[in-house]
Ligand binder design. Structure first.
Ligand code: PEP
Ligand code: MG
Length: 367
């Protein structure tokens, strides 16, 4: 485990005396959580649970989504629940006593499904080599099924909270795993502090529906386990509609976390995955953009964050507000978030020391 050198440690301790902003980390496995903690993170601001669904687990979700047989689906969900309970147990234990914000599954649906193009290549190979006819027919059916679900704009499609609304058993499974891991740790005398975060919300109705699912599930687990569970439920603000209706959305949220990666993408209408390509380098060269808005918060996007914070507090005066986009570890952006009045920033583990310093500089500039 890397450690901060002595001198830097002293400087960061001074910084901590001045800063007002909290500093958390984005991490989705116990090793990164421990690393963040060693760098001074005061919690996990974003656990992207889709990162826990690589390899075989992706296949289990695919089986769940494509299969209509209730028994097959139930088996898939039970397998996922067991795996996730273990994941969360490790995360909460590593961050014992500190908050861990767990975000429910967010990525576009197709990321869980096999690529139709790859299946097509596989089928062609099997046919050319005289492969088993039954296998070929099954692969073709799978390809057609996945093809039928393809979306023109997956990043604007079935992802985030929409996935949980279309497949409600997925948020139930995840929240049950979060609450079960917390209950198990409590019984061992530890102090787990999970929070549930619902992604890509654009209307209060979506959040109301999924919040109820989360709260009911937490209460069920608490009653079954015989322990008290106090698990806040909040949302990401990462779409312009969510920011401008934050007063309504906050009535259903204990906290907001601004997802400035998606908020930048959807405010500009720039693809976050293609920013290095196409027109953006030319825009930078011609000074049509002063800097890459995915690295340093753009003033227009910052206005939406400010509006979200102000409106949010109208809807819920106790609302806690943070940011968990990449900007949370960028010093200039951290200074802007201090000015806006956020409660914390959350960034990748290695940026935590930088964020602590930037937060202190921002506070000192106020004096
Ligand atoms: C964001 O959109 O800023 C965010 C933190 O979520 P993700 O990057 O996982 O979409
Ligand atoms: Mg996002």
């Amino acid at each position: 485990m890397p450690e901060l050198s002595g001198d830097l440690d002293v400087i960061l301790e001074w910084a901590d005396e001045f800063r007002r902003l909290g500093v958390r980390a984005n991490a989705d496995n116990p090793a990164d959580a421990e690393l963040s903690r060693s760098f001074g993170a005061e919690g996990i601001g974003l656990d992207r649970t889709e990162h826990m669904f690589l390899g075989d687990r992706k296949r289990i979700i695919q089986t769940f989504i494509l299969n209509e047989d209730p028994a097959v689906r139930e088996k898939a969900v039970n397998e996922l629940f067991e795996a996730q309970t273990g994941d969360f147990y490790g995360m909460f234990k590593a961050m014992d006593g500190l908050p861990v914000i767990v975000r429910l599954l967010d990525p576009p649906l197709h990321e869980f499904l096999e690529s139709p193009r790859a299946l097509d290549v596989e089928i062609a190979k099997l046919e050319a080599t005289g492969g088993d006819v039954k296998t070929i027919a099954e692969k073709r059916k799978l390809m057609e099924q996945i093809d039928a679900m393809s979306e023109a704009n997956p990043m604007l499609g079935l992802r985030g909270c929409r996935l949980g609304i279309v497949y409600p058993i997925l948020p139930v499974m995840q929240v049950r795993a979060i609450a079960t891991a917390a209950a198990n740790l409590k019984k061992e005398g530890l102090d787990p502090k999970p929070e549930v975060m619902i992604p890509l919300v654009s209307t209060v109705k979506e959040l109301e529906k999924l919040r109820k699912v989360a709260v009911d599930t937490i209460n069920e687990v608490a009653a079954e386990a015989g322990v008290e569970l106090d698990i806040p439920v909040g949302t990401m603000i990462e779409l312009p509609r969510a920011a401008v209706t934050a007063d309504e959305i906050a009535t259903q949220a204990d906290f907001f976390s601004f997802g400035t990666n998606d908020l930048t993408q959807t405010t500009f209408g720039f693809s976050r995955d293609d920013v290095e390509a196409e027109f953006v380098p030319q825009y930078l060269a011609e000074k049509l953009l002063p800097y890459n808005p995915f690295a340093t918060i753009d003033p227009g996007v910052a206005k939406l964050v400010k509006m979200g914070v102000e409106l949010g507090h109208e809807g819920n005066p106790d609302l806690v507000c943070g940011v968990c986009g990449e900007h949370g570890g960028d010093p200039d952006s951290v200074k802007m978030f201090h000015k806006i009045g956020l409660d914390y920033v959350s960034c990748s583990p290695y940026r935590v020391p930088l964020a602590r310093l930037a937060a202190a500089q921002a506070a000192l500039a106020d004096k």
